[in-house]
Ligand binder design. Sequence first.
Ligand code: GLN
Length: 506
Amino acid sequence: MSDVTRLTAAELAEKIHTRELTAEQVTQAHLDRIGAVDDFVHTFLHVDTEGALAAARAVDAELDEGRAPRSPLAGVPLALKDVLTTDGVPTTCGSRILEGWVPPYDATVTRRLREAGVVILGKTNMDEFAMGSSTENSAFGPTHNPWDHARVPGGSGGGSSASLAAFEAPLAIGTDTGGSIRQPGAVTGTVGVKPTYGGVSRYGLVAFSSSLDQAGPCARTVLDAALLHEVIGGHDPMDSTSIDAPLPPIVEAARRGASADLSGVRVGVVSEFAGEGYQAGVQRSFEAAVDVLRSLGAEVVEVSCPHFVYALPAYYLINPSECSSNLARFDAMRYGLRVGESGDSSAEDVMRATREAGFGAEVKRRIMLGTFALSSGYYDAYYGQAQKVRTLVTRDFDAAFDKADVLVSPTTPTTAFKIGERVDDPMAMYRADLCTVPANLAGNAAISVPSGLSDEDGLPVGLQVMAPALADDRLYRVGAAYEVARDRASGGSLVYRVPELRESGA
Ligand code: GLN
């Protein structure tokens, strides 16, 4: 394996900008790595070799002319979740219904990456339309966890997080509707951030549950995530829910955090996120992480958020409701798959046959659930009730943030589970989101930072840090401080302990 793929994005950028390495060399090294291991991990649905090399050469040409780098990440490669549109490059959302579809436009996130000179390597595997916690709902086969091939990499953005753990890319983009950036981050030993709702544009992010969906950065270090967040974030007039305010100083906060001093920071431990259903190894890793935060000077307090236990059921009503409305656009008439067309078939026949063939089981389940929850007669009892719970969850956060600057919990109750273990048990699959959904319901910012390996099974565990809306900088300060202390205690960066992958064909 080339050493280049083991560097952080910040290190790669420095080497590219000082011309120690060319962007093309860096891109080629990652393409080679993808070629060597992707048959094994299956993190990519589409690799854009030509596009990536062309983008890298363009950055090299500018730097060779003596121009300033377009951004702090110019020339650094990235893996993009296949739910964001890419002009001229296939976008499937992990679904047969969009197989072969080539979008005519870039999402705002995609456009900002290109403008910043970030090199897009390709599109990553995901649960169909981002519905799932394991990447097993992809129509194109599961992604494997680089730590253990027989286990899932989390989901829905398992491809993005696993591409980092497999050293196929130093940066990735995910989307987090109920945890799909943070939970895959946790179980692959990588960093994932769900920004404040409205902090990153949703234009060109194929809609799943619009009041919850949020794109965000995935990386192997907190600083790399901050650098990426700054490239993609900020106001976008193309998204009506985009926040029209400057981004908080996130890179500055990550750099400040690296001094590993958290004196004056109040950290609230959410008491509801413990007990039954939490693996003992996860619990111990979390408690050790809280001790580390305390040792850095943080004041640790216990906080209770009594309505968080209702967040998961409320999420699984609101999310399918919005999903049933959003996915109505896949009607076989405008784009994507069309089947069942014959001389006497009606538009409805074609629609029915196309959806039957094009959607997988989880997507159908959510459309049916959501249609039911929104139907007259049931609306108040289900959707309306869930919206009330959403308000109560938000109030719990407000009260907790009176007592603490950030809240912490495990990111997910268990380490990576085995492929196949939960596919036929949707409720077990949904429980992976227990700790992550409250931040989506309230629109807050949250990060998952690796907190070492479980002493039970040797698999990665994630520490979740949550901050109020618009205070994303707090995540980066606390996350970076924790990361420094964690590496000091373990004698090296966690990610470098990822076992060597079996190369394809071996
Ligand atoms: N696992 C959650 C779900 O299936 C989260 C999905 C997501 O964040 N995209 O809804």
